[in-house]
Write a protein that binds this ligand. Structure first.
Ligand code: PLP
Length: 539
């Protein structure tokens, strides 16, 4: 049987750093999905929006505060796909086109935008604008996406909504069937059979909902009655709830996340079962070729040399970006994350009496990077706080502005340790730790997201804490963090070089298939895309 033809919908794509159309992990995941589909010759059409000003380019001002810059995105590598279609937004018939990139062979990427300048505001900035803008964007992605596929004449067996942003595509598929004479119920049943859905954030506020009246005014639903819309997403209309009711099968992005999501959405009647498909990262993008070669040659000394080479390159990069000279002979701990409070980016620096002795003796050097959403004041304060701490410890703590894929790549191959200390269970999966693991950069992480699946404490990395979720968890995790760091990690790094290299090897061995996007794609085909298998959620 041939592989099902997939139409993949996502608001953001992280393909390479020159195309700043991603905000974080969701986009990187979508980019890696396309790349693995391409590597394996799988038929997939990726659909998104062409963000003319992309996502924020972050600059830290003289006052230590992050500022946003939005340079125009280059269209290089894209060409007009040559079709036109209309989407109704706020009573206007918006004429749309798609820009196509053929760079990924069997997995072409189509990014939609308005043909006319007067409607280009819709796709100006990724996650930009206010409430109404977001709805307009989602109409272009969902409704526009289906109309684009029709205009192109693409045959599709399965529609994959990566996150709730695309659920209006489900409404469009129902509308098409009603137009062919089906009732709403019949149309919904047939439509569900061809949709699969990936849910992401377990942070409740991260699951968007919109007032049905506003959605109507914007044109997201015109052909249904209010009762039908409420049956799908409630009122306010929750995009994740609608996703779960519009699909035949849903998935979460790690095993723990599947448990959390089932609990979170168990009140939703008529929701599809949620299976776990743990995220993965694209080895060709994220694994250093020298490190891979040394690993495959079973050459421990070569592996260390490759690591040190990547580390020296990282130090040179840090010098040119931040003016700080890190010592490649001393341990570097990396932490690069979107600025969200549940990620607790400053945890390791919260108690000066614990961290200062380590910094003074240069036993650890800390390297931070991370962006805040332009409208997220709390996130900006997190970034400003890290920038302030970097100034407080100028030779041993560094903040690199404008976290992007290039910085992510340099850090996840050039650091020694990768720190991750979110509040459990809010990190759905996390993928930067997988990139690190594949390069022998040892994970040092709370048991959240993917890490409970990968961690063998003291063998391929270390765990922080013990899945404790009590009120005083910050202090609990902080104590554990320092016990493991000073009791196990640093003595190994400085005192047992052979064991460290064994652990690097174990880390690469553990991650190179299990946390690669090739394995992930295989599971998507098996558990989600294949029409024969309707897996039940395991409870
Ligand atoms: C990998 C990556 C992410 C996602 O990493 P998380 O661990 O999920 O936070 C975000 N941004 C960039 C630039 C990345 O390379």
């Amino acid at each position: 049987m041939s592989n099902p033809r997939v139409a993949y919908f996502c608001m953001e794509y992280g393909l390479h750093e020159e195309l700043p159309m991603y905000a974080g992990g969701l986009g990187i995941l979508a980019g890696d999905h396309i790349k693995s589909a391409h590597d394996r010759g799988l038929p997939l059409v990726a659909i998104g929006l062409f963000w003319r000003e992309g996502y924020t380019q972050q600059r830290i001002g003289g006052d230590g505060y992050p500022y946003d810059d939005f340079p125009a995105v280059s269209m290089e590598g894209f060409e007009d796909a040559g079709v036109r279609f209309h989407v109704s937004v706020q009573g206007n018939q918006v004429e749309c086109r798609a820009l196509r990139s053929e760079r990924y062979g069997t997995a072409p990427l189509y990014l939609i935008e308005s043909v006319e300048d007067r409607f280009r505001w819709i796709t100006r900035r990724l996650y930009g604008g206010r409430h109404h803008d977001r709805i307009a964007q989602e109409i272009l992605l969902g409704v526009g996406g289906v109309r684009l596929l029709r205009a192109l004449g693409h045959q599709v067996d399965v529609y994959h909504f990566n996150e709730g942003h695309a659920v209006f595509a489900g409404l469009e598929l129902i509308r098409e069937r009603i137009g062919r004479g089906l009732s709403f119920d019949e149309a919904l049943a047939d439509t569900r059979d061809e949709i699969v859905f990936t849910t992401h954030t377990p942070v409740p506020a991260g699951n968007e909902s919109h007032d049905l009246g506003v959605l109507h005014e914007m044109g997201a639903w015109l052909d249904f009655n209010q009762g039908e819309m409420e049956r799908l997403g409630g009122n306010p209309f929750n995009m994740t709830v609608a996703g779960l009711r519009l699909c035949r099968q849903a998935n979460a992005v790690a095993k723990l996340h599947a448990e959390t999501s089932r609990e979170m959405w168990k009140h939703v009647s008529g929701a599809a079962p949620i299976v776990a498909i743990t995220n993965g990262v694209h080895p060709g993008t994220w694994q250093d070729a020298r490190i891979r070669a040394a690993f495959e040659a079973d050459d421990p000394a070569g592996l260390w040399n490759a690591h040190q080479e990547a580390k020296r390159e990282l130090c040179a990069d840090v010098k040119s970006r931040a003016g700080v000279e890190l010592d490649p002979g001393r341990a570097i701990i990396g932490f690069a994350r979107r600025a969200a409070s549940y990620k607790r980016s400053d945890l390791i620096l919260r108690d000066p009496s614990r961290i200062e002795p380590l910094l003074e003796r240069r036993e650890v050097q800390l390297l931070f990077s991370g962006k805040a959403h332009p409208q997220d004041e709390i996130g900006k304060r997190i970034v400003a706080n890290l920038a302030r701490l970097a100034r407080q410890y100028p030779s041993s703590v560094v903040f690199i502005e404008n976290y992007d894929m290039a910085i992510g790549r340099a850090l996840t191959r050039g650091c020694d340790l990768w720190l991750n200390n979110p509040i459990r269970p809010f990190e759905a999966s996390g993928t930067s730790g997988m990139k690190a693991a594949m390069n022998g950069v040892l994970n040092f992480s709370v048991l959240d997201g993917w890490w409970p699946e990968g961690c063998e404490h003291g063998v391929n990395g270390w765990q922080i804490g013990d899945a404790y979720e009590g009120e005083d968890r910050d202090e609990h995790d902080l104590r554990s963090l320092f016990e493991v760091l000073t009791g196990q990690i640093l003595p190994t790094y400085y005192g047992d070089h052979e064991r460290w290299i064994r652990m690097m090897r174990a880390s690469i061995e553990m991650s190179r298939w299990r946390f690669s996007s090739d394995r992930m794609l295989e599971e998507y085909y098996e558990k989600l895309y294949s029409p024969k298998k309707r897996l039940r959620a395991v409870s």
